[in-house]
Design a protein around this ligand. Structure first.
Ligand SMILES: [Zn+2]
Length: 334
């Protein structure tokens, strides 16, 4: 069986990781002290192992976001995440965050993005991790707010921004309601991934693909819909699976029902991710280890999942080629 040490040492790619949910608790404690807040205020950061629903899971973020309202703190957060990635041989990571959540003290979108990029660049002096950003819009924000967000991204022309995403409650605000913004994002040349089929139904995934998403955050709801699975396979859609998070939010009831093997037999491209390292108390190494334990994942399957991630990533062609080379060199050839 794949052991933890091997998994940790092998190069890995992560495409679905939220900045705010992935800052180490020690770092959050330092930020809290800096902002004059008690450690106790962080007691809800780690979500229960079984949440009632996605909404309960998302409550963890309410205590984190007040700490991420200055450029300095955003840089510290980004540095912290790259350090974690480097420590477990994640060689490429796409970090996502919602800039509109970091404006409580008046920062501009440009300042927020610059601060995150600065933290990444500083960490890259020490850690061999390549990174790009995915800007998340929130489903409960208005079309107007999200149009302004895309406008700011266009103006900033920051080359680290590679993709666009929608996060939030997909049951309240379905994919039909985000059409205008996703069209603007595609127009702006951004790769599109959408959180869909996490707690909603398979139809949300189908709609997301029709909106132009080439990747789906989670997407596990399609496991009971043969047509939706066929569509994903035909269109070569990449499902960004986050096992621990999916079990926590009850998107999947237990490991026996985890659909990774089903998706593989249906020829659907998947990759493995943490979603939120701190809120879900996990690492990418841990996610693969859980899959080895519960789904008998082999090393060649782990390689394939990482190859899928490179292919579906929003990195440039030269970066993808370099990552592919790294994976081919590091993994056993069969
Ligand atoms: Zn997510």
């Amino acid at each position: 069986m794949l052991n933890k040490k091997t998994i940790k040492e092998l190069p890995k790619i992560e495409l679905h990781c939220h900045l705010d949910g992935s800052i180490r608790i020690e770092t959050l404690e330092k930020l809290a002290a800096k902002e004059g807040l008690s450690k106790k205020s962080l007691s809800k950061v780690m979500a229960p192992k079984k949440c009632l629903n996605l909404k309960e899971y998302l409550e963890s973020f309410e205590v984190i976001l007040p700490l991420l309202q200055s450029e300095e703190n955003l840089s510290i957060a980004a540095f912290d995440l790259i350090e974690q990635a480097g420590n477990e041989n994640v060689c490429y990571i796409e970090i996502r965050f919602a800039p509109l959540f970091h404006q409580q003290k008046g920062l501009s979108i440009e300042q927020i993005i610059q601060a995150v990029v600065q933290g990444i660049r500083k960490a890259q002096e020490k850690f061999d991790v390549q990174a790009n950003l995915i800007v998340s819009a929130m489903r409960h924000h208005t079309d107007q707010q999200n149009a302004e967000l895309i406008d700011s991204l266009k103006k900033s022309q920051n080359e680290a921004i590679a993709g666009f995403d929608f996060a939030g409650d997909e049951q309240q605000v379905g994919n039909d309601k985000i059409k205008r913004t996703t069209a603007l994002a595609i127009d702006a040349g951004l790769g599109l991934t959408l959180h869909s089929g996490e707690c909603g139904c398979a139809q949300n995934v189908v709609e997301a693909i029709h909106l132009g998403a080439t990747r789906i955050g989670h997407g596990v709801a399609i496991r009971e819909d043969i047509d939706a699975m066929k569509l994903c396979s035909e269109k070569n859609i990449l499902l960004e699976l986050c096992p621990t998070s999916n079990l926590q939010t009850n998107a999947i009831s237990d490991w026996c029902a985890y659909p990774l093997r089903l998706f593989m037999t249906q020829n659907i491209a998947c990759c493995i991710n943490t979603d939120n390292r701190t809120v879900s108390q996990t690492t990418l190494t841990n996610e693969y280890h859980l899959l080895a334990e519960h789904c008998q994942l082999t090393v060649s399957e782990m390689k394939q999942l990482n190859v899928n991630a490179v292919n579906g990533s929003f990195a440039t062609a030269p970066v993808k080629a370099a990552l592919m080379k790294k994976i081919n060199q590091a993994y056993p050839s069969n």
